[in-house]
Write a protein that binds this ligand. Structure first.
Ligand code: MRU
Length: 357
């Protein structure tokens, strides 16, 4: 399995996703600030992977701090949490992971743990978030695989694979699980302008696993749906509001409309850490605006007129009425989402798992 994010004694090792598929390079990030920059600069991306990286970045920061007392460590930790929360605004997994690390810190503090124990417990928590994410994707895969018929061609958008998580993937995890269960599945991957996560990452990781994958440009998906070439759509999510509205990579909304028009199921696969019950609807989800150069340039080469006005929202929101089901690590939710999503959180222990503490 691809090692997207890994804790080592030297620091956090992450595959540099900006260089794929041309080069497979694994730099080591040695400070919390280095990890925060890696998230901003898209070395690591994808909602769950961002959360795992952020948790490891905070653990690294607490391990590195020269602070001697719990009070001093906490002051540094607060600064690191603030820094980390400014990296990217849309994927709620980032804020979930920060909250969960804060919860672990508070728990250790209440137990009057020594600085060494606080450091060790934050490292342990970050590693746990990592391993839980893989387990959660496997569970999601098992739930989702049942929705995919033998012989299906599945359209996906962006990259919701091993590269977007600690491993296995959410949307691609469902596809992998369906294949593991013996079904013959092929995939259409939308290229995902402007950052090309579909062309560079999804195509790369599926081809590497021997999954039949056909790359198309974003504008082609409606055409293939109308021609009966797509049986269902599965995408990941960056944040899901309480009513089931789904923020995901820009272009997802148009895919959902085309799927609806053609009577094709549109599934979203995401862990509970992507569901934000504090927001009533998708209108409240903050949408990241990224640099104009991502639109005007390809591989550093300008292909739009100099000085042209550009808009570059990185995500859009698909209204829940277009979502056939939301596949989570706790089961499959369907309309009415304001009830079904809430009930998934019902048996989640002391809240550590959901970040609701
Ligand atoms: O800008 P990115 O590459 O971080 O956006 C990623 C996506 O939109 C994914 O579809 C989403 O995070 C789900 S990943 C399992």
């Amino acid at each position: 399995m691809i090692k997207t994010v890994e804790w080592t004694d030297e620091g956090v090792v992450m595959i540099d996703q900006r260089l794929l598929p041309g080069e497979e390079v694994y730099p080591v990030f040695k400070t919390c600030e280095e990890v925060a920059r890696a998230i901003e600069q898209m070395v690591v991306r994808g909602a769950p992977a961002i959360g795992v990286a952020a948790a490891m970045g905070l653990a690294l920061g607490v391990r590195n701090t020269k602070a001697g007392s719990i009070g001093e460590i906490e002051k540094d930790f607060d600064d690191m949490c603030r820094r980390m929360s400014r990296t990217r605004p849309t994927a709620v997994n980032l804020f979930w992971a920060i909250k969960r690390m804060r919860w672990r810190f508070n728990k250790a503090k209440q137990q009057e743990a020594s600085p060494e124990v606080v450091r060790a417990s934050l490292i342990a928590e970050a590693k746990l978030i990592h391993s839980e994410d893989i387990e959660s994707n496997r569970r999601m895969g098992r739930f989702g695989a049942e929705l995919i018929a033998e012989g299906s061609t599945v359209l996906t958008h962006c990259n919701a694979g091993a590269l977007a998580t600690a491993g296995f993937g959410t949307a691609l995890g469902v596809i992998r699980a369906a294949i593991e269960s013996g079904k013959r599945i092929s995939v259409f991957a939308g290229e995902t302008r402007p950052f090309l996560q579909g062309a560079r990452l999804t195509a790369w990781e599926l081809a590497r696993d021997g999954v039949p994958v056909t790359l198309i440009t974003d504008g082609m998906s409606g055409h293939f749906m109308k021609r009966g070439r797509i049986d269902c759509v599965i995408v990941g999510a960056d944040r899901i509001a309480a009513n089931g509205d789904v923020a995901n990579k820009i272009g997802t909304y148009m895919v959902a409309i085309a799927a609806h028009e053609n009577n094709i199921p549109f599934y979203v696969a995401a862990p509970l850490s992507t569901i934000d019950l504090t927001l009533n609807s998708g209108d409240e989800i903050p949408i990241e605006e990224r640099a104009a150069e991502e639109v005007t340039h390809i591989h550093g080469e300008r292909m739009a007129p100099d000085g042209i006005a550009v808009s570059n929202p990185a995500f859009d929101v698909t209204p829940h009425r277009y979502v056939s089901a939301i596949i989570t690590n706790k089961g499959v939710a369907r309309e009415p989402y304001d009830m079904s999503l809430k009930s998934l959180f019902a048996n989640c222990g002391d809240g550590a798992e959901t970040g609701s503490v």
